[in-house]
Design a protein. Structure first.
Length: 415
């Protein structure tokens, strides 16, 4: 036990950078949240050093100490391409284990937590250390449903089949099974991943979303006032990558089916499906109502929140759902699917949940929800306020630090 009852915790965070999204942002936000309650040593990649040290110079944190490890330069070629990054990560895990063992002999950690990468089907070196550990939050069991293949691209179908098959194979590997079975506690991002962790032999699994708002996020979004009572046509908004697995086509087809006079739909983001979506919009003669905005800066994206009425996020295969939390903090109702991370992030009363079924069922339900939100401004206001209250009280990393720290205290105290 370290100063004032704070535990000594080792965190594995391969991806960890301040001010970033996705895995690097999760790594940074989790360890900084934990440092409010415990003393944290973070084992991460050396290429994260510059941004981390810049952030700590601007805002020192005595509860955080970073240890940097990278493989020799001759292994760097593994990182070429998306698949190469995963191969390099596995090699990094092996080398990081030896560094972690030396650290443990020096420090004497009370417990550990694997933070990033956050895939349930990828092993962690912490499973081999002689200390209790928390695994996660991890996801990766979320896949694009075959029932929706009619409204996506061939590229997305191939990607989905690979994503469906590879984890099913990987979770049978002895190292992955050992990671699950040795974990004192596994944190699952979604119910889908929770099921897989139980099946792999994890002793205890808790649901814990990997997305949250930090202080800077909340401050920036707090300036936004969603225009619930604004006169004029309803404005729908999506913020997402233009990928076939993100459900963008579902949102476009639902908007066209809703056929709301004067309504507009803006889609912020870029990706390989842009040309296909543009063809769909032109074929429907809807270029004056549906606008693909492309990639925008964060500041410009926040401006879009301030002029929107509803966030549309019909993504069925993601572990997170940060954009849903961000929209709730801005006071926007969220139209989302009953699947994956968004279904975990958005609480009852903060949005309208669309059942997962065939593409026709999803489009019909989403269109009906759009018409309802267009017609009932008071409903929009109530839903938006519920979401905003949830984001500010529960959705911040500060609010969630206590629960994370409590998990580590529990596993450290068990014999």
């Amino acid at each position: 036990m370290s100063r004032q009852g704070r535990l000594r915790i080792l965190c594995s965070a391969y991806a960890c950078q301040p001010g970033r999204g996705s895995e690097p942002g999760i790594g940074w936000n989790v360890v900084t949240a934990l440092s409010k309650k415990h003393d944290i040593w973070v084992l991460t990649r050396a290429n994260n050093r510059e941004e981390i040290e810049r952030a700590l110079a601007a805002k020192p944190n005595p509860g955080l100490e970073f240890v940097y490890f990278d493989l020799p330069a001759r292994y760097r070629w593994w990182k070429r391409g998306g698949r190469g990054i995963r191969a390099y990560y596995q090699l990094w895990q092996r080398g990081a284990r030896r560094t972690a063992e030396r650290l443990h002999r020096m420090v004497g950690f009370d417990a550990a937590q694997h933070v990033t990468f956050g895939q349930y089907w990828s092993p962690s070196f912490l499973a081999r250390l002689p200390i209790p550990y928390v695994w996660g939050p991890v996801g990766g069991a979320e896949v694009f449903p075959r029932s929706l293949y009619a409204v996506t691209s061939p590229r997305a179908i191939v990607s989905s089949e690979i994503r469906r098959g590879f984890p099913a194979w990987a979770e049978r590997l002895p190292a992955v099974r050992q990671t699950a079975r040795n974990a004192s506690l596994a944190l699952a991002c979604t119910p889908e991943s929770q099921v897989r962790l139980h099946a792999m032999g994890a002793k205890r699994v808790e649901l814990f979303s990997a997305v949250g708002l930090n202080g800077e996020d909340l401050k920036a979004i707090g300036q936004i006032q969603a225009p619930h009572d604004r006169a004029g046509p309803t404005r729908f908004l999506s913020v997402t990558r233009l990928l076939g697995t993100k459900g963008v086509e579902l949102g476009i087809r639902a908007f066209l089916r809703a056929d709301i006079p004067g309504a507009r739909y803006e889609i912020v983001g870029e990706g390989p499906d842009r040309a296909r979506l543009e063809r769909l919009i032109r074929a429907a003669d809807a270029t004056d109502r549906i606008h693909l905005c492309g990639w925008l800066t964060r500041e410009a994206t926040l401006t879009r929140y301030s002029s929107a009425d509803v966030l549309v996020h019909l993504s069925p295969a993601e572990s997170g759902g940060f954009v849903c939390l961000e929209a709730m903090a801005a006071g926007l109702p969220v139209l989302y699917l009953a699947a994956g991370g968004p279904d975990t992030v958005v609480p009852d009363g903060a949005g309208i949940r669309v059942d997962l079924g065939s593409s026709a069922v999803v489009v019909d339900q989403a269109a009906a929800a759009m018409r309802l939100l267009d017609a009932d401004h008071e409903l929009r206001r109530r839903i938006g306020l519920t979401g905003r209250e949830h984001a500010e009280s529960v959705g911040t990393w500060d609010a969630r630090a206590g629960r994370l720290a409590g998990f580590l205290a529990e596993v450290a105290e068990r014999p």
